[in-house]
Structures are given as C-alpha cells and as structure tokens.
Design a protein around this ligand. Structure first.
Ligand SMILES: [Zn+2]
Length: 269
C-alpha cells in the first residue's frame, strides 16, 4: 500500500476510514450511526500536525452529535441531525481537499454519497418550520412562545432557550411554559438534570396535566431516582385527563411499574 507523503496508516481503522463502534452495530435509534473513523476523519491515514488532529476531532464530535451515545432512549430531533450531518460532510470535504487520503477510504463515500441524505433531512426541517410559522397560536401561551419554538426547531437552541426564559419571566405561573421548557431542554440539550426543575414546577402549577406528571417521572427515572418517579406516576393516575392524554401503551407500562413496586419499601422523605 502506497502511503501519501508525510502520512502514516491510521492506527484505528488500518486504512479503511471506517471505525465501527459498538453503537454502529447495536444502535438504539431507528437510524444507523455514521461509522466514520475518529482517528483519521475517514481518510485512512493520519498526519502529525495539530491542524489535522483538530479537524479529525471536530468530525468525531459531529458524529456523536448526529448519533449520541448518552443513555436517552430517543434520538435527537431532525434539525439536530441535519445540522450535525451537513457540517460533518463539509468538514470531511475540507479534510479530503487539504490532506491526501488513501484510495478507497470511507471519506470518499461520505463526500459523494451523503449529500442526498443531507438534503432529505433538510426537507423535513423546512417542512416543520413552515408548519410552525403558519400555525395560528391557539392561546396566550402559544403566542408568547411561538418564536421560541421556531428558534429551537430551526437549530438555534440558545436563542430558543432565551426566548422561552423571557416568556417564563412574563408568565412564571404557567404550567405549560414550564413543562414546554422542560421538554425542549430534553429534546435539544438532552439534559435530564436541567429539565427536571421545569417539569417538577409544571406539576405544581395550573393547569395540572397528567402528561406533566408522567414526564417528570420519566426524567426522574433517567436520573436513577425510581422512588421519586413512582410518586409522580401515582399522582399522574389521579389527574382527570389521564385516560385521554396518556396512551394506552404508556398506561400499561405505568401500571406495571406501580405493580412491581408493591412490596418494595418506599421511603417518603
Ligand atoms: Zn482511521
């Protein structure tokens, strides 16, 4: 194998540019991870320069933004995937143009074949945004949060969060705004710890909704606090809209958790 000048064979992938982490083969989401090598950015060879290492590390970060390996049971929103993948393809193109790569390495596949997929993801994002823009707010809460929602689903998470916090300052007693900020923090920051206070607050305010209790419980379960989660699940069953708002599948799951907890000592402190 003839290596480009100044390059050494990638010690992660031995030149293929592909590196199959366990999540690529046993992933939890309904779409596959991009098995691009984190040692060479897909080009099959490595260079010593800091510039090269920084570029490869950025490509690797984008790969995990596209397909996170945190413990959340659901994948990121379409816009997050779109942004991560389109940037990843651009960064691979740049890398290929700047650093001679190994013949037939995975970078060439990414460079050529992923563009179409990026376009399809973009169509989904655009459709979503135009739907959000053209939907008339049904109430005051939807009115004050409309721009925030659009910002989030356009991929501007910081701006969306800022607008939501502004709306919350205006309506601190709104259970809806608290709940939505919790849900958006889960979706776009994938951070149960940061989302939890908003969810809890949403269960303390009006209108009380079964969904708010269930999502608080789900967040507590992710944070490995099953005893506290159980309390919220039991409360959710008492809400008048429980049957209507919580799917049958979820109600069965909740009944199962509560049944299984019988006989387990619950500490109420
Ligand atoms: Zn490699």
């Amino acid at each position: 194998m003839k290596l480009p000048k100044g390059a050494k064979l990638c010690d992660w992938c031995s030149g293929t540019g592909k590196f199959r982490d366990v999540d690529s083969d046993f992933g939890v989401y309904l779409y596959p991870a991009i098995p691009i090598c984190g040692g060479c950015g897909g080009i099959g060879v490595q260079y010593e320069s800091k510039d090269f290492k920084d570029r490869v590390s950025k490509i690797c970060d984008l790969r995990f933004e596209y397909y996170p390996t945190d413990s959340l049971p659901y994948g990121p929103e379409g816009v997050t995937r779109y942004k991560a993948l389109s940037e990843l393809v651009e960064k691979v193109k740049e890398l290929v143009s700047m650093y001679p790569s190994l013949e037939g390495s995975f970078a060439k596949v990414v460079e050529k074949d992923f563009q179409e997929y990026v376009e399809i993801l973009k169509e989904g994002v655009d459709e979503n945004i135009s739907w959000l823009k053209n939907t008339e707010p049904k109430d005051e809460v939807q009115k004050v949060t409309k721009d925030g929602v659009i910002a989030y689903y356009s991929g501007n998470t910081d701006e969306g969060e800022r607008l939501y916090k502004e709306a919350l300052e205006k309506y601190p007693e709104s259970s809806e705004i608290n709940h939505d900020l919790g849900a958006l923090t889960m979706k776009f920051r994938r951070n149960p710890e940061a989302a939890l206070p908003y969810f809890i607050r949403s269960t303390e305010l009006e209108p009380k909704k079964a969904l708010h209790f269930v999502q608080t419980a789900d967040t507590l379960l992710l944070l490995k606090k099953p005893e506290e989660a159980l309390k919220f699940l039991k409360e959710s069953q008492k809400q008048p809209d429980y049957e209507k708002e919580i799917t049958k599948k979820k109600r069965i799951a909740i009944a199962g958790i509560i049944a299984a907890s019988q006989g387990i000592e619950i500490h109420n402190n």
